[in-house]
Design a protein around this ligand. Structure first.
Ligand code: ATP
Ligand code: ZN
Length: 304
């Protein structure tokens, strides 16, 4: 028997998402593609699910792990960076949190990187010994320093970490980087990545209580379907039997195709779900390999 969460007294699943910020729109879009819709409350903190027993709580991203930990929310969509920082902080305090990553969601990509001034050379983490590192991610930074066997002073800042070296507050920083433009604008260069991050679906360590688990599994199945077909296309074509092997060699990113004979012809009709981009060039290569009647179709929904 698996462990399940303490009873919440609720029979509607509650998901915490970021109210305003980089993850708000893509999180809503993802849940929307799972067929969910909501009525928003006037204060825009709570959205009541219209067509399923799933409600949203709109909060600051930093509050999401704690809301899951306390059982006030069942699931959340949050950056792995925030989840990992709060998990690490709780572990360092000796009271591990009841939350973990359930699914990587493929948006909000960034990395937590160590950066130093452009005019400094980088050899290895050992050169940070006795130095100051400014960051909003103290727990992850401390854990990484410990792994490296380096003792450094972690200076905790909540914003504008990138200006700390110029202000003389630190010799290095540890901050989120996506394009690297902010670092470059502050004459800093990334030298080492501590964490590859993206938005994740977070949930408790244990199974949800039975009243909520059914709805959560329905949502997970839909999320998996949406993630699986994101950037996927259905490719339909015909090919003579003796060309099939060569055609399939050109489709390494496709699921095993379905094929059936075409009435009154030597050709096979085939269809394959392709997970990569199907460019004109690829279609032309497939045609040269013997395929004909090529069609690329969008995939709207998928239930495995
Ligand atoms: P809140 O008001 O909810 O606390 P915030 O200012 O902490 O918002 P955002 O700047 O909206 O958060 O970032 C949310 C998440 O987006 C980050 O935690 C991270 O996972 C992801 N992200 C992706 N690229 C970047 C980036 N270049 N800088 C910061 N966060 C990024
Ligand atoms: Zn935040």
């Amino acid at each position: 028997m698996s462990l399940s969460s303490a009873p919440s007294g609720r029979d509607r699943l509650r998901i915490a998402i970021q109210k305003n910020g980089r993850l708000s729109d893509p999180a809503r879009a993802l849940l929307g593609s799972c067929g969910l819709s909501w009525r928003e409350s006037p204060d825009r903190l709570f959205c009541y699910g219209d067509n399923a027993a799933v409600d949203l709580l709109l909060v600051r991203d930093d509050d999401i792990p704690g809301l899951i930990d306390s059982g006030l929310c069942d699931l959340g969509i949050v950056g792995r960076n925030v989840l990992a920082e709060q998990a690490s902080e709780r572990v360092q305090d000796g009271r591990p949190g009841n939350f973990r990553e359930w699914r990587a969601l493929g948006f909000g990509g960034c990395r937590l990187s160590l950066a130093i001034p452009n005019d400094r050379d980088w050899q290895s983490p050992a050169q940070l010994q006795g130095r100051r590192i400014a960051t909003s991610y103290p727990a992850l930074t401390r854990a990484w320093l410990q792994e490296q066997g380096v003792t450094a002073d972690v200076v905790v800042l909540t914003g504008s970490v990138e200006i700390a070296p110029r202000l003389g507050q630190a010799e290095a920083i540890c901050d989120l980087v996506s394009s690297g433009a902010t670092l470059a604008a502050n004459q800093l260069k990334p030298v080492c990545d501590l964490l590859q991050s993206e938005a994740v679906l977070a949930g408790p360590l244990v199974e949800l209580e039975p009243e909520l688990a059914g709805t959560a599994h329905m949502l997970l199945r839909r999320i998996d379907g949406v993630l699986r077909i994101r950037d996927s296309k259905l490719l339909m074509f015909q090919a003579p039997r003796d060309a099939v092997a060569e055609v399939l060699r050109l489709l390494p990113d496709a699921e095993p195709p379905t094929s059936f004979p075409v009435d009154g012809s030597e050709l096979l009709a085939m269809q394959a779900l392709c997970h990569g981009v199907v460019t004109w060039q690829r279609l032309e290569e497939l045609k040269r390999a013997g395929a004909c009647g090529l069609m690329v179709l969008p995939v709207e929904r998928m239930l495995a």
